[in-house]
Design a protein around this ligand. Structure first.
Ligand SMILES: [Zn+2]
Length: 169
């Protein structure tokens, strides 16, 4: 694992095209999370945030923020996705799953990630330790993630603007 000049993480290629394949996969699932964010805004369920839970390249659940719909301030996309995935898989431990979220998780969602042991993708920026399980470095990641407003997540930012525009029309 190497850190590139712009601070993003690259995984050394095991074979030609490996890195591109990883990026395509991340992009595909992250795009689904962003789609969920837009869906949530368009149906007025809550804030502009989406999350998907993936296992073995299969989307288990795709959820968005449900705070308004459920009248529940804890119904963030990530928490909702963890709840739904646990229900669907019939277990409380998601270490064989990965989560893609349209935005860096807030402290509450970090807590839910920690408790469920789900792995979060893409990797936090500015990390040099490779695949990070949040359970290992919760606080460090929190600091790193608060600074991460770049890259592919700018799509999530566009959804935020979409949400603001809807609020004002
Ligand atoms: Zn949250």
């Amino acid at each position: 694992v190497v850190e590139t000049r712009d601070g993003t993480i690259a995984v050394a290629s095991a074979f030609p095209g490996h890195q591109e394949a990883v990026q395509d996969r991340d992009h595909k699932f992250l795009s689904k999370a962003v789609e969920e964010a837009y869906k949530g805004v368009d149906c007025g369920h809550g804030g502009p945030f989406g999350a998907v839970v993936v296992r073995n390249d299969e989307v288990i659940v795709g959820c968005h923020n449900m705070v308004l719909n459920n009248t529940d301030p804890t119904a963030h996309a990530e928490v909702t996705a963890i709840r739904e995935a646990c229900k669907k898989l019939g277990k409380i431990e998601l270490s064989d799953c990965e989560m893609y979220a349209s935005c860096e998780p807030c402290p509450m969602c970090f807590g839910a990630v920690h408790l469920s042991r789900i792995k979060v993708h893409p990797l936090p920026y500015h990390s040099s330790s490779g695949t990070i399980w949040f359970i290992e470095s919760l606080i460090n990641n929190l600091v790193e993630c608060c600074n991460a407003e770049a890259g592919v997540r700018s799509q999530g930012g566009s959804c935020y603007c979409h949400w603001i525009r809807r609020l004002h029309c």
